[in-house]
Design a protein around this ligand. Structure first.
Ligand SMILES: C[S@@+](CC[C@H](N)C(=O)[O-])C[C@H]1O[C@@H](n2cnc3c(N)ncnc32)[C@H](O)[C@@H]1O
Length: 213
């Protein structure tokens, strides 16, 4: 018997277009992004953005760290085209096509690994392994900041969250593989991250972060 492949619609250009059209209007996301910016060390020289999309989060981080070198990773052709266009004139940003379902390629070490609303598209087992890969490529004092879409504790809270962002259980993205934030914080601690916490949360949007000593 062959296992069914988990759904991930992000290689569809229609799916990408629908997201990019509403990306600015997602409730409270700017609060989460602002919270993330606080945790990127001022001294960060190399930054990795996983599931970068059109580079929205990386662009915000670069405003505060204009001299840092950055690597932006995604697997969606439409997103890769958008992020390459955004950073076309910026030699300090490299864009890498990679499917995060698979082990990270060799990218060197980083002072900050950031991600927004991307890792919940991976199956849970892969999320945990990816967190360990991220730990391995952080320099001492480096941070992992994951602004993430996490699971609600009850179906009612899930439905209320969806309603507030303009979706229903019928129309929500079937690519989502939501996991509660407590489990993810526990994984980060087990892997060896220090100062692990959920620093900001609005319903299913949460900033999870940890630091490598
Ligand atoms: C909701 S968008 C978020 C994009 C961007 N980080 C932002 O905050 O606007 C999710 C992103 O995760 C990427 N993604 C989903 N699954 C992926 C995978 N298996 N490998 C690499 N990227 C993936 C998608 O292509 C998309 O760019």
């Amino acid at each position: 018997m062959t296992a069914t492949k988990p759904v991930n619609l992000w290689t569809s250009s229609d799916h990408v277009r629908d997201y990019l059209e509403r990306a600015d209007s997602i409730s409270h996301r700017e609060e989460g992004e602002a919270a993330l910016l606080e945790f990127v060390p001022q001294s960060a020289r190399r930054i990795l953005d996983l599931g970068t999309g059109d580079g929205r989060l990386l662009a915000l981080v670069r405003e505060q760290h204009p001299d840092a070198e950055a690597v932006a990773v995604d697997f969606s052709p439409a997103m890769l085209e958008a992020v390459r266009k955004r950073f076309a004139d910026i030699a300090a940003v490299s864009v890498v096509a990679h499917n995060l379902d698979h082990p990270l390629p060799s990218l060197g070490k980083f002072d900050a690994v950031i991600s927004s609303f991307a890792i919940h598209h991976l199956v849970h087992e892969r999320k945990r392994v990816l967190y360990a890969e991220i730990y391995d490529l952080l320099n001492s004092g480096g941070v992992f900041c994951n602004l993430e879409h996490v699971a609600s504790p009850t179906p009612r809270l899930h439905q209320e969250f969806l309603r507030r962002i303009g979706f229903t259980v019928e129309t929500e993205d079937p690519s989502n593989k939501l996991l509660d934030f407590e489990t993810q914080l526990g994984w980060l601690r087990e892997i060896g991250f220090d100062d692990v916490d959920c620093h900001w949360k609005w319903r299913e949007l949460a900033l999870l972060a940890g630091r490598r000593e």
